[in-house]
Design a protein around this ligand. Structure first.
Ligand SMILES: *Cc1c(COP(=O)(O)O)cnc(C)c1O
Length: 386
């Protein structure tokens, strides 16, 4: 399979027609257990926490898309990160992007810190600051790029070079870019992680997570932990993500086109102080984004997420978010429909009063695949009304 291109793999990897009936679409194997011919002799499946054929198909497809050797899937993005953290032990130190998903910060600081893991939150766009944060006990650098919600872009290749030879893993939360726009393992990272809830599922109808790697020993330990801790996804949820993956390439093309057009337009609006989008030349890491965020065919593209700072702070941001009609006021991202939210009051409430607190006037858009003129008119009307 690996000789095929991304779009082909997204539809076929791990998904040969089912041998017993010829079903073209992977069935939802809604079973908890599997018959054995004799004690211990089975067809590769014994109990569905350990393995399920629908999940196996999804894992093979994700590994192919991320150019990894193995993938593991979980009940949510947070379950994927939780299982990864079970790999470490008391006293281990992890360097973390200072602008991570709020739930990641909460899990690290308010759960795993209680078990003796140590975390340093660092601006990973500053390589010198990152180098200074490393300790003898540092075991991983946890990257998000683009970050949520400030859309900072971290140079994954440079960070991986920094970590190499020091026994430090580089893990990348690749949720915002998706493997269509960014393949961290090809850039030298050891792990790529997803909230499959977002672009991979793509239709705002499933919650899930994934880890992808190309280290066999790391995979074996994580596979053990997936089964030991048991935060596995349901077969139907795996099937929904598989269905989403089939159109990932088409969707990300349109998300990226729509978002670039809207970001350029937003930059000209007087009600807006600043637009954050990796595809804009005004973005501080635009050059890194241009090098790192590329379609499998090599064209730069920057995804569907935009943040902007409204003039007039939180009050104005809330008015804009309440006034749009197509952009639905809701948390989450990466679905076909456009969403708008206020991170300080919604997705990033868990980092309020922490060093990661975000500007109260920040508005985050998940630009969907609707008609771009309709989307622009919706934003225009909302800006005019406030
Ligand atoms: C949503 C999200 C997560 C958490 O994933 P869930 O599926 O909600 O558990 C982690 N990282 C990023 C960047 C996210 O957007």
């Amino acid at each position: 399979m690996s000789q095929f291109q991304f779009e082909t793999l997204a539809i076929h990897a791990g998904q040969d027609p089912e041998p017993a009936t010829g079903a073209v679409t992977i069935p939802i194997y809604q079973t908890s257990t599997f018959a054995q011919h004799a004690v211990g002799a089975h067809r590769g499946f014994d109990y569905a926490r350990t393995d399920n054929p629908t999940r196996t198909a999804l894992q093979e497809c994700l590994a192919a898309l991320e150019r990894g050797s193995h993938a593991l899937t979980f009940a949510s993005g947070m379950a994927a990160i939780t299982t990864l953290l079970l790999y470490f032990k008391q006293g281990d130190h992890i360097v973390v992007a200072d602008d991570v998903y709020g739930g990641t910060y909460r899990l690290f600081q308010r759960v795993f810190a209680n078990f003796g893991l140590e975390f340093s939150f660092v601006d990973l766009t500053d390589l010198d600051a990152t180098r200074r944060a490393l300790r003898a006990q540092t075991r991983m650098i946890w990257v998000e790029s683009p970050t949520n919600p400030l859309l900072k872009v971290v140079d994954i290749q440079a960070l991986s070079a920094l970590a190499r030879g020091r026994g430090i893993l580089v893990g990348v939360d690749n949720t915002f870019a998706s493997p269509y726009l960014q393949r961290p393992l090809e850039l030298g990272a050891d792990l790529s992680m997803h909230s499959t809830t977002k672009y991979l599922g793509g239709h705002s109808d499933v919650v899930g997570g994934a880890l992808v790697t190309n280290h066999a020993a790391l995979y074996e330990r994580l596979k053990f932990l997936q089964n030991a801790a048991g935060a596995v996804p349901a077969p139907f949820d795996c099937w929904l993500v598989l269905r989403g993956l089939k159109t990932l390439a088409l969707r990300l093309e349109r998300h990226s086109q729509n978002a670039l057009e809207i970001a350029q337009w937003l930059e000209m609006q007087p009600q807006i102080a600043r637009v954050l989008y990796p595809g804009l030349p005004s973005h501080p890491q635009h050059a890194v984004a241009r090098k790192q965020m590329r379609t499998p065919a090599g064209a730069p593209a920057y995804g569907g997420m935009i943040s902007f700072i409204a003039r007039g702070g939180r009050a104005m941001a809330e008015k804009i978010a309440a006034a749009t009609k197509i952009f639905t006021l809701a948390e989450s991202l990466g679905g076909v429909e456009s969403l708008i939210e206020i991170p300080a009051a919604m997705t990033h409430l868990s980092v309020a009063d922490s060093p990661l607190a975000v500007d109260p006037g920040l508005v985050r858009l998940s630009v969907g695949i609707e008609n771009v003129a309709d989307l622009q008119q919706d934003l225009d009307a909302a800006l005019e009304s406030v």
